[in-house]
Design a binder for this molecule. Sequence first.
Ligand SMILES: [Mn+2]
Length: 294
Amino acid sequence: MDKIRVIGMPMKYGCFVEGADLSYEYLKDSFKKVFGVKGSVVDTFYPNAVVHKTDKKIKYLEPVMKISKRLYKEVYSSFFDNEFPIIVGGDHSTCIGSISAALDYYKGDISVIYIDEHADIHNNKTTPSGNIHGMPLSICIGECDDRFDIGSYKLNPSNLYFIGLGDYEVEEMNYIKEKNISCYMDYEIDEDKVQKIVSDIVGKIKTKYVHISFDLDCIKKEEFSAVNVSVEGLYHNGKGITLNAAKKILNMLFLNLNIVSMDIVEYNPLLDKDYNCKKKVEEIILEIKGSMKL
Ligand SMILES: [Mn+2]
């Protein structure tokens, strides 16, 4: 790994909350300051996207899959150039392209550590909302139909690890239990327990390479409110983890595992009144940089 490639993914079609697509525009100076590289941006324009909003049970299926393939190519080329891609979403449908690229480049030898308040593991039959940002893991695992096909290698659910989960639907938890997916719930996590959780995961990992998908909504609302899902106001079951616990988790994962790529998603600048959350994103990426073996 020679250097970082920061890839902006201004994607909103996975959730269609206004502002989800502005994240990278607001954060790019922070990434440039920390990593010293000029980022690239995936083109998320899709003609007549609005016709895909209501005509099917799945909202924006065609735009999301077409744009995910553009991100897939960018992430794959980043691996090919021996770079570490940091993908800045956008909503969490962003990880369809990044995880698929990692799976294909590393021929399936990838674990995914999914740090999120939500499970995002609905399939096209169980989704209650039709929003694809609640389905990316099922798409990467191959539990959705062939309209969602991307890449060649699928994610083995035994290589998936949830950290910070606190909000899910019953179909999602049934699937997690059926596949025996490792799961560390938000209420189990405080700073003192992070070391134990990370060493537990390190002991379980079976693959050579690891991708982290980090959703900022894993952090307690009192500390980080500028995220997409709180706008919808639909799901408020989980409690979240503290910012310090999130930073410690990232630090320890980078120190102990062979992390090759990472997403940071769901920041919504329109909800970030005084840029208080933007400053916290900077803290997080400084922590990541300090933990990387570059
Ligand atoms: Mn989430």
